[in-house]
Design a protein around this ligand. Sequence first.
Ligand code: ZN
Ligand code: ZN
Length: 179
Amino acid sequence: MKLDMRPMLRGEVERITLDFMLTPDEVDGVTLKGDAHILGEITDEAGYMRLTLEASLPYRGECARCLSTVEDTFRLQFERTVADEKTLTDEQMEDNVDEYVIIHDGELDLDEELREALILAFPMRLLCSEDCQGLCPKCGKPRAEGDCGCPTREIDPRFAALRALLDESDEDSTDGDTK
Ligand SMILES: [Zn+2]
Ligand SMILES: [Zn+2]
């Protein structure tokens, strides 16, 4: 969405409220349930323009550990200094792309920047909860559903061989004792 920044640039308004929907780019492995809702404001304090907003994006995906459905709203805080292209040198713009959003011809278009920020910040791995225990590697039952009865400790095959040896020698010594 293009915002008309001319009234603020002329000093007529000090605050612009942002409330609009943005169609985001696809996120791999995730179903987006709708558009991102953008809520925020641009304030002007003696020529220093500041943008603060929150984007919320409802989605449905899969827990990376237990594969259960994860439904949540991803929230992204986005803050930038708003600058008119006329007041910034090319160098300033290139060096501080993450700091500024730039007004071109009196208009500010945040869409591309927000789409990019949403994709970059979206969690790579979704979890149903921070301490999701995942699935039992033996039987595949979600650990959250209780004990499946499988042995919890996998014994390294090398140690298994060693243990067999130890067990044997234990038996030997026992035999020795009874003699
Ligand atoms: Zn999980
Ligand atoms: Zn199991």
